[in-house]
Design a protein around this ligand. Structure first.
Ligand code: DP6
Length: 327
């Protein structure tokens, strides 16, 4: 029996300027640019072994055997890696997150980035982070950003551009900021991102205006990051979040991820700002609120959010490192 094995560790990321919409569905290219912060310590660890005695791919996610759509998405990545490396062996994949699935942080970004990196290394492909990012993007566009640490940009894709990858804007040590996640609900969301984007594109009257607004918002977020100007970044980040959610809400049927706790947490962030703390909120395709602040204010922000009615708990993250690979 011949084996080849590799382990990858990647971090979750949070978009500061949001990706929502596709310019090329088969290649999974984003219609808008996005900028994210890679988060420590929220990580996925994935080990892939290609084994000559396996008849089909075996996948476990957080110690549970995968089946259905999640298994299909993993097998699609493994098939691409096998085609590139010219191998046919099936794989055993073990993947686990150190943050709970219902934590308000997407596990698909770090999950697909770790899967692409570990399977490419196990298949003997030389490490090339741009290629890993482009392959991760094809599996889930936000995953392209989890290959790199710190502040990361994924440009909008021109249809047909199969090689589109994310790039590092600034390393983790560039800026001592924190993300405080206010977890507001348990359980998975009803409508996933991919499905939500399709619905918006097909039915929301605000889809085009959202696409048109996104370049200027991303420019302001980028400047805020590079100049370490939290107010500049924060204003554009809040606008990007609210414009994306307005686009979702206006689709048919309306896509409303908000819960009463969402408004309470957004209000708490605003109240902190009135008290002179530089803190701004963002949300993804779910009810949870994430607050960006200076590291020196993180404890105060976390305790204000934890004391907000209907907030279940908080998690605090810092800028995280690049992908780590072990063989
Ligand atoms: C709201 O990357 O999960 O979190 O490419 O269809 O897999 P697919 O979508 P996904 O969408 C993430 C959307 C978002 C914003 C963001 O992370 O930029």
């Amino acid at each position: 029996m011949s084996t080849s094995e590799a382990t990858a560790i990647t971090r979750a990321n949070i978009a500061l300027a949001k990706y929502w919409g596709k310019s090329d569905v088969p290649l999974n290219l984003p219609a808008v640019p996005s900028i994210s912060l890679t988060l420590d310590p929220m990580c996925t660890q994935t080990t892939v072994s290609f084994l000559s005695d396996l008849e089909q791919d075996e996948v476990s996610l957080d110690d549970q055997p995968a089946s259905g759509r999640p298994l299909q998405r993993v097998v699609k990545v493994l098939d691409q890696v096998r085609a590139l490396a010219g191998i046919s062996r099936r794989a055993r994949v073990r993947s686990g997150n150190n943050f709970p699935t219902a934590s308000g942080l997407a596990s698909s970004a770090s999950g697909f980035a770790a899967l692409v990196a570990a399977s490419s290394a196990a298949a003997g492909l030389p490490r090339d982070d741009d290629r890993l990012s482009a392959m991760s993007r094809q599996a889930s566009a936000s995953a392209a950003r989890s290959i790199y640490g710190g502040f990361v940009e994924l440009p909008a894709g021109t249809p047909g551009d199969a090689d589109l990858c994310a790039r590092r804007l600034a390393p983790p040590e560039h800026w001592d900021v924190c993300i405080v996640v206010a977890v507001l609900a348990e359980g998975p969301k009803d409508v996933g991102s991919t499905e939500g984007m399709t619905l918006c594109e097909q039915t929301s009257p605000y889809y085009r205006p959202w696409i048109e607004a996104s370049d200027a918002l991303t420019d302001q977020v980028r400047e805020g990051v590079l100049q370490r100007d939290l107010s500049k970044l924060g204003e554009a980040m809040e606008q990007s979040t609210l414009a994306m959610h307005a686009c979702m809400m206006a689709s048919r049927p309306g896509l409303l991820y908000w819960q009463p706790a969402t408004l309470a947490a957004l209000g708490a962030v605003k109240a902190l700002r009135k008290q002179g703390i530089e803190v701004y909120s963002t949300m993804d395709a779910g009810p949870h609120v994430k607050a960006l602040c200076h590291a020196r204010d993180a404890e105060r922000v976390a305790s204000a959010l934890a004391d907000t009615p209907l907030v279940l708990r908080t998690l605090t993250a810092r800028p995280g490192p690049d992908l780590e690979l072990r063989q």
